[in-house]
Design a protein around this ligand. Structure first.
Ligand code: BES
Ligand code: ZN
Length: 854
């Protein structure tokens, strides 16, 4: 193992050099690649005489300074760097080195995804391609020549515009790309392969015609149209909402099967996990289509928030990611349903970020230190980061926010900046003091807000108290500044007022007078701040019925359900009031996608968050019991809703068709709690007559969980139909690994030997092993078999792909909240993993934090 070094934000130093231009040549061969790099340096700090370039396991072929070959005494190579001594003021360095993309299983730097050469350089992959000042505040102008076999790699791509084709060599050819926009090395990209593609055009507001290409494996071209449509929508939206246009002649997207993340915003050459590009009605669910729309938009939006204006250092990651997630969420809200989008975003935040914020790996959206930067692409930096931007948006209002983002773009275009720079622009143009607000960037954990209410005379008094958790190291943290949107309703459910309060003190009071009777409080409307509200009194049933704020109506439903489930855990009884309120929901005349969210019971993860120590068995039993009660009480109504929406079997992506599928599948899932022949028949019928993957996958999942023999049939059919399509097989593995049936672990172990499964493809690992790690029933099995299995996988994967291993290690974060029995079992495994020989920094950092802070 290379030495473990912790990096600190406070140690940031300006670079001593600039790299004006870099000229790269890649000669691609089957077993090796020769990289030549020519860089023009300028010394900024005259007192510095040596140049230390980041470099991983360098195999150096040649090194020249100002065209002179350097003698070995003039430089030094270690595992992580190449250092050159006796450096003049301005100079040129030429490096030739050899790398082995076909052996690269980490999927960082230059690697092969099947037969395609591709790259992933964020955050620190470039240093494994060639020695460089691999930090985001070094921005340079890149010219790239790619040379490869003509037949095998007809398509050769890099950033920017194509400026030259070289066809003079026999069986080899080359292409030169030039990117005029200075950029950090993490945005460098290269692709070579024999690829199919679709092409389109976009005319920018100021009249530039842009060529848009999406590349994929041959045969998948017809699955790229939704991604292309999404790209054009994103381009238009950014022009209208932020005044930002695209700035090169060409925008390329390449879909590859082996990719650690979802997608990457390389300048002019986005590289995507094929799961976020390819879709048609036969193979992708409605959720997949939505996901593609948002990821395509996200990477496109980075062109301004990330590429034109980038991060000074990796501690600033939320500068680009939080902001860009906020932008993609706003985009999706504008294109689809605002209400549904907001609920989905909050749901995702609670499901992942709240859990992280309550775990030993919790950190501020701007962390203070890291061992492996790869571990900090977290839900906190992303989703909580987006909530922080959303609060700024709320505080400033649409108009000032636009003024402020304009100021940000004008002030920092072409620069590598900090979150402070961003906040400066917001406060300057927003005419607001954000100094206290800044705590959102540096403190961790989810704040709680305790709410007390009283009513006297005609005055309603609202008393609020912020309860701020300590940082992970025990340091006390201070009160936050945030917008709190609230409303008051009268006893008939009529709205009295809506207001956005500005909260800044630890304890604060607000009074409202001239009221006839005590109003009903509707608090944190639209989830205006990422906090946990603790109310003394609650009016869940009332708000479920009357609140005009769709988010609060949803929230009240969830809270009522949580309360009901917790009661059932303690008393084994189901609260009739909830059942009745649920009945009212079935009759609501609202958007059907929204309605299907209202009818969804809290996830196991949400229920877990209401408990000090987690007992999965009781959670499951109580939730199942509640579902069973609902299904029994409203069986006829549910079947009726199903029938109303099952036909016509529409196969398009209109809002109408999507929401009909959503509601129908929601009620079918509720009905499946009955586990009877009748529902099994419904699911079986839906499976066989379904024309969309959305319907098919829900039916398959239900059968898997309630009817072994029907499931068997359907699963065989599914496998036969889709075994050649890895993206669909991911769904198959996920259903089997998430199942509640007997012997799931044994099944997962067997599935690893399936012809389709491949441990080197992250999507497959995520769908089989990742899904199993979220299968509470088996992951937390009383004999420890689930923990042991995942620990073994972490150790095994760590040798192949440390990023995959450490993301799996995150499933152990829950350690501290487990019952003692489980805790002991898990502790053994944590210790076994952390003492593994040659463990990567990635995995070490996560496991060690869990063990240390428990
Ligand atoms: N810049 C990231 C991709 C990335 C993440 C590269 C981590 C290297 C390490 C990209 O913009 C991104 O955020 N992708 C997300 C999807 C997005 C819609 C939130 C991803 O890949 O999960
Ligand atoms: Zn991003």
């Amino acid at each position: 193992m290379s030495k473990i070094v912790e990096k600190f934000l406070k140690d940031y130093k300006k670079p001593a050099f600039k790299i004006e231009t870099i000229n790269l040549t890649f000669e691609l061969f089957e077993e090796e690649t020769i990289v030549t790099s020519v860089m023009k340096f300028i010394k900024v700090d005259e007192s510095v005489n040596e140049l230390r370039l980041d470099s991983v396991d360098l195999e150096l072929l040649e090194l020249r300074l100002n065209d002179l070959k350097l003698q070995e005494s003039r430089y030094q190579i270690d595992e992580k760097s190449l250092t050159i001594f006796g450096i003049p003021s301005t100079f040129e360095i030429q490096i030739k080195n050899k790398i082995y993309p076909h052996k690269n299983t980490e999927l960082e730097g230059l690697y092969k995804s099947g037969d395609i050469f591709c790259t992933q350089n964020e955050p620190e992959g470039f240093r494994s391609i060639t020695p460089y000042l691999d930090r985001p505040d070094i921005m340079s102008v890149f010219t790239t020549t790619v040379i490869a076999d003509k037949m095998k790699y007809p398509v050769l791509l890099s950033n920017g515009n194509k400026i030259e084709c070289h066809d003079s060599f026999d069986e080899r050819h080359g292409v030169t790309w030039f990117d005029p926009h200075p950029k950090p090395a993490y945005l460098f990209a290269l692709v070579a392969g024999d690829l199919g593609s679709i092409t389109d055009e976009f005319m920018t507001l100021s009249g530039n015609k842009i060529t848009l290409n999406i590349y994929c494996d041959f045969g998948n071209e017809s699955k790229c149209f939704h991604a292309m449509k999404s790209l054009k929508e994103a381009m238009t939206w950014d022009e209208q909402k932020y005044g930002r246009e695209y700035d090169l002649d060409i925008y390329n997207i390449v879909a590859v099967d082996s990719f650690n993340m979802g997608a990457m915003e390389n300048k002019g050459l986005n590289i995507f996990n094929s799961a976020y590009v390819l879709a048609d009605m036969d193979t992708a669910t409605d959720a997949n289509f939505m996901g593609i729309e948002s990821v395509i938009a996200h990477e496109y939006f980075h062109n301004w928030t990330g590429n034109r204006i980038t991060c000074r250092d990796w501690f600033q990651l939320t500068l680009k990611e939080g902001l860009t997630v906020f932008r993609d969420q706003s985009f999706s809200a504008d294109l689809n349903s605002k209400e549904v989008q907001r609920i989905e975003d909050v749901k995702a935040l609670r499901e992942r970020q709240f859990v992280e914020d309550d775990s030993p790996t919790r950190h501020p959206i701007q962390p203070k230190s890291y061992i492996s930067m790869n571990n900090f692409y977290t839900s906190t930096v992303y989703e909580k980061g987006a909530e922080v931007i959303r609060m700024i948006h709320t505080l400033l209002g649409e108009k000032k926010y636009r003024k402020a983002t304009n100021l940000y773009f004008e002030s920092f275009d072409g620069a590598a900046v900090t979150t402070d720079d961003f906040l400066w622009a917001m406060s300057e143009a927003g005419e607001i003091d954000l100094s206290q607000f800044k705590r959102w960037y540096h403190q961790s954990g989810t704040p709680k807000l305790e709410v007390k209410e009283s009513f006297e005379g005609d005055t309603y008094l609202l008393r609020l108290k912020q309860v701020i958790p300590n940082a992970v190291d025990g340091t006390e943290q201070k009160a936050y500044y945030f917008p709190l949107k609230m409303g008051l309703l009268d006893e008939n459910g009529e709205e009295i007022l809506e207001k956005t309060l500005i909260i800044s003190q630890e304890e604060e009071e607000f009074s409202f007078d001239g009221l006839e009777s005590k109003p009903i409080l509707s608090i944190n409307r639209d989830f205006s701040a990422p906090i946990i509200v603790k109310q003394e009194e609650n009016n869940f049933a009332f708000l479920m019925k009357h609140d005009t704020n769709s988010f609060i109506q949803y929230e009240a439903t969830q809270n009522f359900a949580l309360q009901t489930i917790n009661k059932a855990i303690n008393s084994d009884e189901i609260d009739e009031d909830f059942v009745n309120s649920f009945g009212h929901l079935l009759d609501l005349d609202v958007d059907l996608s929204y309605k299907s969210l209202l009818l969804e019971l809290p996830t196991v993860s949400a229920i877990m968050q209401t408990q000090e120590k987690i007992d999965f068995d009781t959670i499951y039993k109580a939730k199942e019991k509640l579902l069973y009660s609902l299904a029994t009480a409203f069986k006829e109504k549910l079947v009726q809703i199903y029938n109303q929406n099952h036909f016509p079997l529409s196969i398009d992506l209109t809002t109408q068709a999507i929401s009909q599928r959503a509601i129908k599948n929601r009620v079918l899932r509720i009905l499946s709690a009955l586990e009877n022949e009748e529902v099994a028949e419904m699911a079986k019928k839906q499976y066989s007559e379904s024309l969309t993957m959305t319907d098919r996958i829900v039916a398959l999942d239900i059968l898997e969980n309630i009817h072994a023999s029907y499931a068997q049939e359907a699963l065989e059919d599914f496998y036969k139909k889709y075994k050649t399509q890895t993206l669909v097989m991911n769904k198959y593995f996920a259903i089997l690994a998430s199942s509640g049936r007997d012997e799931v672990l044994q099944r997962v172990e067997r599935l690893q030997l399936d012809k389709v499964y491949d441990e080197k493809v992250p999507n497959l690992v995520r769908s089989l092993i990742g899904s199993f790690s979220r299968n509470h029933k088996y992951f937390h099995a009383q004999d420890g078999s689930g923990y042991k299995f995942i620990a073994d996988k972490i150790i095994e994967l760590d040798k192949i792909n440390p990023q995959m291993a450490s993301s799996l290690a995150n499933s152990f974060k829950i350690y501290d909240k487990l019952l003692d029995r489980n805790k002991k079992l898990l502790e053994q495994e944590l210790k076994r993993v952390v003492s593994t020989q040659a463990l990567s920094n990635n995995t070490y950092e996560i496991i060690n934090k869990i063990l240390m802070n428990a």
